[in-house]
Design a protein around this ligand. Structure first.
Ligand code: GDP
Ligand code: ZN
Length: 303
């Protein structure tokens, strides 16, 4: 017999163990039932405490609004975090950012139907500290850009305004200042969460795969394990959905199944030649097309 049941939100995930913030607000450490039930940070779940058990169990995952996924090096899809409102890709002039990784994050979020924004950190560095020329074309296609300095505190109010009332995942290459930014945005809350996860016995020997930080004005999601991000494998035809300016022109192509690579009478290739689509973005699209092909082959037909 089930003694108690409740629902809550997964705020920390360690594989088969999770920390759930219950509807009443308190946090419980849970195991995830069975082998196939997947629960990541952001998931709403049902939990139960059997009379015969001394530990809460996640028994069911409630329907997801969306889930941000990645592909592992063998082409298998892994979930990172669920029910996100937006993905903020953090970049900085130093260390040099790889704009192709930025585009891959943007594409992965678009695949999942998650809005994106760009957070340019380290505004305090001199203007010639690094090449951020990839930012302007992204702004031009409608991606909001917020400039901040985690160190100097510049722009943080504007950033909080964009994050307010939303659950935002902050992602980016190592060294761009993600942790500094999280600290600057939510220092107190962050320390409190750290203390709690130690108290619940998690996190000491295991690495958190994803976590959600609840702050008074919103929620911040973090996935420290994800470094070199690759979006999940999708049919080649769908790769364009990760590049809004390319997808917007696809109807003008002669062939309905055009992947804008070498096909004749391709509206996308014409727009690149005419300078209407940023050449670097198009190159990035081509790279993702190739990466998707390679991962698809590694994965084979078994998925
Ligand atoms: P993460 O790997 O993305 O989590 O980056 P960290 O937060 O660990 O920061 C990487 C390095 O960048 C550290 O040396 C930080 O002190 C530095 N850093 C972070 N934010 C800023 C900033 O706004 N300005 C400058 N100049 N350095 C920063
Ligand atoms: Zn085309």
């Amino acid at each position: 017999m089930t003694a108690q049941t409740d629902t809550g939100c997964v705020v920390e995930a360690y594989g088969r163990r999770v920390v759930v913030a219950r509807s009443g607000g308190d946090r419980i450490s849970c195991k995830v039932r069975g082998r196939s039930l997947e629960a990541v940070a952001g998931d709403q779940v049902r939990v139960s405490l059997e009379a015969s058990d001394d530990e809460w169990t996640v028994t069911e995952r409630l329907p997801r609004r969306n889930v941000l996924c990645r592909s592992d090096s063998r082409g298998r899809t892994e979930s990172i975090a669920a029910n996100l409102d937006q993905l903020g890709v953090v970049v900085a002039a130093r260390p040099a950012c790889d704009p192709f990784i930025v585009d891959r994050y943007l594409a992965g979020a678009s695949y999942a139907g998650i809005a994106t924004l760009l957070v340019v950190n380290k505004l305090d560095l001199p203007a010639d500290a690094g090449d951020l020329s990839f930012v302007e074309p992204l702004r031009a296609i409608g991606i909001p850009v917020v400039q901040v300095s985690a160190h100097a505190g510049t722009g943080l109010d504007a950033l909080i305004a964009v994050l307010s009332g939303h659950r935002t995942m902050l992602a980016g290459q190592s060294g761009v200042g993600k942790s500094s930014l999280l600290n600057a945005l939510a220092g107190e809350a962050l320390r409190a969460t750290g203390a709690l996860s130690t108290a619940s016995g998690e996190g000491r020997h295991t690495t958190v795969s994803s976590a959600i930080l609840q702050v008074p004005w919103g929620e911040l999601a973090d996935s420290p394990g994800v470094r070199d991000y690759a979006p999940p494998v999708v049919p080649l035809q769908d790769v364009q959905s990760g590049f809004i300016e390319i997808a917007a022109l696809a109807r003008g192509c002669r062939f309905q199944d055009c992947v804008h690579s070498r096909e004749p009478q391709c509206a996308v290739q014409a727009a690149v030649a005419a300078g209407k689509i940023d050449a670097r973005r198009y190159e990035s699209y081509r790279r993702l097309l190739n990466l998707t092909r390679q991962l698809e082959e590694k994965r084979g037909w078994r998925g």
